[in-house]
Write a protein that binds this ligand. Structure first.
Ligand code: PEP
Ligand code: MN
Length: 335
């Protein structure tokens, strides 16, 4: 961290400020006295320093971070990739490609079990399905809630596929105890109270990127979970809001290699929510695998025109079969 002090700072103020930095934050402070101003260089772990607090001090002209504000999610302090074991067969981030597939919403036992059987045959390694749905309209289908969780468990029992489903409230954490991966949706990426509580449990968290979140904000949200002691965070790029409205969102392909460079955490891509259109899922899925994604999360529905949510972006099981096969072939070719 580099701090430029105002020319008006007195030698006594500079000494007091420097002493405060050393004692409060346990950093070394290098000082350069120029003709017009003094510059301080802070060396050590500056992640705990509130840059806005420093900026608000009377003698400070400007302050700049030279190191990322996240530590646990940072590859600099953890050079090896993190691989997250879900069960004996499934590990995310170990160099293999995992495909999470299933409907946007769990609608009935027949629907979720049928889709689970289909996607498993096509090579999906995990089952998705929303039980608690974050919908833009309060009048839209809100999910089957607790019953949806039970139906997911029934589908897991029949297929052996681990289940991934979204949480929206802190008070539901106990209800999600038997879920294999808890999803934090885009709209909750900065629900810091929820992130803190998820940091206290020992369960993989699929952290979706917020609709307008920068990569650093997304990694800071991962840091919230990890700061509590839960290191099992899987990042999910699911498209961001841009001026382009042909697609539902804009898939940020560059985020995949960027996040893999900045962080050791696995990255999964959701081409369904990124595009909003079923015919775009295949090309975006291929691009994601080519860019280094550790996994894909794809919406699949037995009857997309009658889906209770996100039918337009859902693949039929037959379409999913084609996409999954191509994605695995591409992954193999890249090796
Ligand atoms: C979902 O996965 O169904 C979902 C609501 O995703 P997102 O939070 O990315 O919009
Ligand atoms: Mn959806």
């Amino acid at each position: 961290m580099i701090i430029v002090l105002k020319p008006s700072a007195t030698p006594e103020q500079v000494t007091n400020f420097t002493d405060m930095l050393k004692t409060d934050y346990d950093v070394r402070v290098n000082r350069w006295d120029g003709i017009h101003s003094t510059v301080l260089g802070l060396i050590g772990d500056t992640t705990q320093i509130d840059i806005e607090y420093i900026d608000a001090q009377d003698i400070v002209e400007s302050v700049k971070r030279v190191q990322e504000p996240y530590k646990k999610a940072n590859r600099k302090f953890h050079p090896e990739n993190t691989a997250i074991k879900i069960n004996d067969e499934v590990t995310i981030g170990d160099g293999s490609l995992n495909i999470i597939a299933g409907p946007c919403s769990v609608e009935s036992e027949e629907q979720i079990v049928g889709i689970a059987n289909n996607v498993k045959k096509s090579g999906a390694t995990l089952l998705r399905g929303g039980a608690f749905k974050p919908r833009t309209s309060p009048y839209a289908f809100q999910g089957l809630k607790a019953e949806g969780l039970d139906l997911l468990k029934a589908a897991r029992k029949q297929t052996g596929l681990p289940i991934v489903t979204e949480i929206m409230r802190v008070s539901h954490i106990d209800m999600f105890e038997n879920v294999d991966i808890i999803q934090v949706g885009a709209r909750n990426m900065q629900n810091f109270e929820l992130l803190k509580e998820l940091g206290k449990i020992d369960k993989p968290i699929l952290l979706k990127r917020g609709l307008s979140a920068t990569i650093e904000e997304w990694l800071m949200s991962a840091e919230y979970i990890m700061a509590g002691g839960n290191n099992k965070v899987i990042l999910c790029e699911r498209g961001i809001r841009t001026y382009e409205n042909f697609t539902r969102n804009t898939l940020d392909i560059s985020a995949i290699p960027i996040v893999k460079k900045l962080s050791h955490l696995p990255v999964v891509v959701d081409p369904s929510h990124a595009s909003g259109k079923s015919w775009l899922v295949e090309p975006l899925a291929m691009a994601s695998v080519a860019a280094g994604a550790d996994g894909l999360i794809i919406e699949v529905h037995n009857d997309p025109p009658h889906a209770l949510s996100d039918g337009a972006q859902s693949l039929t099981p037959a379409q999913f079969d084609v996409v999954a096969k191509k994605a695995f072939e591409l992954k193999k070719a890249l090796k």
